[in-house]
Write a protein that binds this ligand. Structure first.
Ligand code: CP
Ligand code: NVA
Length: 331
């Protein structure tokens, strides 16, 4: 399998075999890291990390992975570069492409990362847009495979706002890899019909099913994976919280939801999560709302079934695999 020179913008651009290869490579580099075997033969290469939105996991994963690989990194935060203000995306891409071997972008519309990729001349990696979060998908699929030994035939239920990056990306990943995908939410939050139709095509190939339902009992019954995300994403106005809580409260992940899934079911969340009042924003939210009204209860988040920190760790191994594969695997 040769992915050298490819961009990593959405899993829609990759075949099931290519995605599986990236998951296998992730497992391999994870094992090497655990055993102290270095994968550091990328010395002399440099990557640019553009973050127009904040990040803990994605930024750290790219930085640690790049440093492990022997590469240099330059972080360009939401302020401090000319991109999108004084300088167009196209010009920024052409400049960075002359200096760096690869570029990560986190920000707003998918069209921005597509534009960067069009002009950079080096691999561009999507570190989250409004529409897709493909590096997260590899970490999620690796975590699921570590728990069940397989992906095909498992039932993954996504609860919450399924129209945004996480719902979209999970539907693409599941339908490509043969997991039965359920979006369990109100109709208003169902994924976009065009994307559903496209994923139905992938599902025909992989044997997956796609179900959109507002019935929590039916939707989560016998699930292998229960997945959720924050109800208001980065970049969305604060005012939508009230509406989201009102509409999505029936779809929060509780112990009853987990009990309705299989006994072996796991809980995943891309993080960051609202489940307690320990954060600054959490405290402010707690003054406005009941924290128990958020996407997952503390009880589920802290339970044995919750694999969210394995999932977070896997961001680093999978991002390393993406950079290795697209920069060219060097043994
Ligand atoms: N899951 C995820 O992308 O987390 P960060 O926003 O911290 O990068
Ligand atoms: N949907 C969330 C995901 C964070 C990793 C957001 O876009 O803010």
């Amino acid at each position: 399998m040769n992915l050298k020179g490819r961009n990593f913008l959405t899993l829609k651009d990759f075949t099931p075999e290519e995605i599986t290869y990236l998951i296998d490579l992730s497992a391999e580099v994870k094992e090497k890291k655990k055993n102290g075997v270095p994968v550091d033969n990328y010395k002399g290469k440099n990557v640019a990390l553009i973050f127009e939105k904040d990040s803990t996991r994605t930024r750290c994963a790219f930085e640690v992975a790049a440093h492990d690989m022997g590469m240099g990194t330059t972080y360009l935060g939401p302020t401090g570069s000319q991109m999108g203000k004084k300088e167009s995306i196209e010009d920024t891409a052409r400049v960075l492409g002359r200096m760096f071997d690869g570029i990560e972008y986190r920000g707003f519309g998918q069209e921005i990362v597509e534009e960067l990729a069009k002009y950079a001349g080096v691999p561009v990696w999507n570190g989250l847009t409004n529409e897709y979060h493909p590096t997260q998908m590899l970490a999620d699929m690796l975590t699921i495979r570590e728990n069940f030994g397989t992906l095909k035939g498992l039932k993954l239920v996504y609860m919450g706002d399924a129209r945004y990056n996480m719902g979209n990306s999970l539907m693409v990943a599941c339908s490509k890899l043969g997991l039965d995908f359920v979006a369990c939410t109100t109709e208003e939050y169902f994924p976009n019909a065009d994307l559903v139709a496209q994923c139905q095509e992938y599902a025909k190939e992989s044997g997956a099913t796609i179900t959109l339902t507002s019935d929590v009992k039916e939707g989560t019954k016998d699930a292998d994976v229960i997945y959720t995300d924050v109800w208001v994403s980065m970049g969305e106005p604060d005012e939508v919280w009230e509406k989201r809580i009102k509409e999505l409260s029936p779809y929060k992940v509780t112990k009853e939801v987990m009990a309705n899934a299989k006994d072996s079911a796991i809980f995943l969340h891309c993080l960051p999560a609202f489940h307690d009042l320990k954060t600054k924003i959490g405290k402010e939210m707690g003054e406005r709302f009941n924290i128990e009204d958020m996407e997952v209860t503390d009880e589920v988040f802290e339970s044995e079934q919750s694999k969210v920190f394995d999932e977070a760790e896997n961001r680093m191994h999978t991002i390393k695999a993406v950079m290795m594969a697209t920069l060219g695997v060097q043994e």
